[in-house]
Design a protein around this ligand. Structure first.
Ligand code: PNS
Length: 167
């Protein structure tokens, strides 16, 4: 009997990451423990106005995940399922913060499964981060609020530089 080739378990964590937060990193690090390869891709979302360019977001993710040997960072404009197809990724991992995330995430998951047979696995966010969103971090930072517990230090530095707020 011929031996089966080893299965590489590769997963996609898609998002806007504008900017990456400790909540995102919680999900990415847990996915990195469960899968052989984790691809974190910054998707361009034209319906959202962003604080950081796609390249800046990529740089922040690169720095934040530098300690993980099996995490790659990429950027993409287009459908998540097209990215999955062209990179041979069968599964998307998404963090689920609260029930309020559920409707939209379920709709996307079912659409992605219908479009291309790509499955989505939901990972409950660490309760410590269940309120955390990049949009809130940006708003608080703009008004000089303290977000140092919510993002890595290098992201905090960029937020302070970008907003001109005292930090
Ligand atoms: O961090 P976000 O903004 O919640 O991420 C949303 C993201 C990037 C996952 C979503 O906007 C997305 O899937 N964009 C790619 C376009 C796409 O595939 N749309 C169809 C979804 S069914």
């Amino acid at each position: 009997m011929s031996e089966r080739p080893p299965i590489v378990r590769r997963v996609l964590c898609p998002g806007s990451f504008d900017p990456v937060t400790n909540g995102h990193l919680d999900i990415i690090s847990r996915a990195a423990r469960l899968y052989d390869e984790v691809v974190v891709a910054v998707f361009v979302n034209q319906s959202k106005s962003s604080m950081f360019s796609v390249d800046e977001r990529r740089e922040m993710l690169l720095e934040a995940t530098a300690g993980y040997g099996n995490v790659q960072i990429d950027t993409f404009q287009g459908l998540v399922v097209d990215y999955c197809r062209s990179h041979d990724i069968p599964v998307i991992v998404k963090g689920m913060r609260a029930v309020s995330d559920f409707d939209y995430e379920l709709q996307m998951a079912q659409m992605n499964r219908g479009l291309a047979g790509v499955d989505t696995l939901f990972m409950p966010t660490n309760p410590e981060y269940s309120f955390l969103a990049s949009s809130l971090v940006k708003e608080i930072a703009k008004w000089g609020g303290d977000v140092s517990a919510l993002v890595p230090a290098h992201v905090l530095k960029r937020l302070i530089e970008r907003t001109g707020a005292p930090g």
